[in-house]
Design a protein around this ligand. Structure first.
Ligand code: NAP
Ligand code: MN
Length: 265
């Protein structure tokens, strides 16, 4: 991290414990000469759980090159956070003892009769039906790959692979790999309908196109959800942008996975 980095913002989950920690962080950093700057922060501290990291990401996704995120966990899973000692974390920020790691993101373009909307997802994009199963043609690099029929589809980033994607049986992917992963939600497979069944890992520069049959859909980008009955196609690819996290201790991704899903010993 640049030692000149001095402007910061704090996003809290809003519960009493996170709010107390937020006040403490602001007081301590201001006393050390840092400036609270909600508009253009260089350091973004998310206090809460993964949902809070997603909220912080979506608040500041227009500043990804200029800002780094730090996640401090106050309960829940906190897969993104590797800090449980706020004093040590604040000290590391003050002393500039932070290293930067970058994680890939999913770029999503939703085309509907109303026009095109673009999103960046830190975890995932999902699309599901409102009334029941849905039919979606899946194209890879402009070629029809399969016709999916089932509950829906999930496109995750490497760091999002431990979220919804994992519940769908997708692989856990190290965030040094620049890829997106397509996973099925309960595909119907019989004589009439056939999908690959396995999750697909799609590299950078390849384009995944989802063409849903005319119907009503709910689609999600991380924690946000949207209703549409005018969707035409969705394009997903590895984003040019990445998210930067600031870390002060080595906490390898596989240790993070083990602590989150197996045990903390
Ligand atoms: P939520 O319903 O509170 O999240 C569900 C759980 O997923 C929480 O325990 C959350 O951790 C954890 N989580 C979030 N991102 C993760 C990641 N990258 N790796 C491992 N666990 C992760 O909603 P939310 O907190 O706003 O998170 C939205 C995310 O939830 C979506 O992006 C999607 O990945 C996931 N999700 C999962 C399912 C499922 O598994 N069936 C269904 C819907 C959504 P915290 O408790 O620390 O917040
Ligand atoms: Mn949550």
């Amino acid at each position: 991290m640049n030692t000149e980095t001095r402007c910061f913002a704090v996003i809290s989950r809003g519960d009493p414990i996170s709010e107390v920690k937020r006040e403490l962080a602001i007081r301590t950093l201001e006393r050390a000469g840092f400036v609270y700057q909600a508009e253009e922060p260089e350091i973004i501290l998310a206090i809460g759980g993964d949902g809070t990291v997603l909220q912080a990401f979506h608040t500041y996704k227009h500043r990804l090159e200029l800002s780094g995120f730090i996640a401090y966990n106050t309960g829940h899973l906190g897969f993104y956070s590797d800090w449980d000692d706020l004093d040590a974390l604040l000290q590391a920020i003050i002393e500039g003892h932070l290293i930067t790691v970058s994680y890939p993101l999913v770029e999503v373009h939703v085309h509907s009769h109303e026009g095109q909307t673009s999103f960046l997802a830190l975890n995932d994009f999902t699309i599901k039906g409102v009334k029941g199963s849905v039919q979606i043609n899946v194209c890879l690099n402009q070629h029809l790959f399969e016709s999916f029929k089932g509950d829906g589809l999930c496109v995750s980033s490497p760091s999002g692979s431990t979220g919804y994607n994992k519940s769908l049986g997708g692989a856990i992917v190290h965030p040094s790999l620049e890829m997106i992963q397509l996973s099925e939600m309960a595909s119907i497979n019989n004589r009439v309908y056939r999908t690959i069944g396995s999750s697909l890992v799609i590299p950078k520069h390849h384009v995944l196109k989802l063409m849903p049959e005319r119907d009503s859909y709910i689609y999600t980008v991380d924690h946000e959800s949207y209703f549409t009955d005018t969707i035409q196609e969705v394009r997903c690819n590895v984003a040019k942008e990445k998210i930067q996290f600031y870390r002060c201790r080595t906490f390898p991704f596989w240790n993070r996975v083990k602590e989150a899903f197996i045990s903390t010993d």
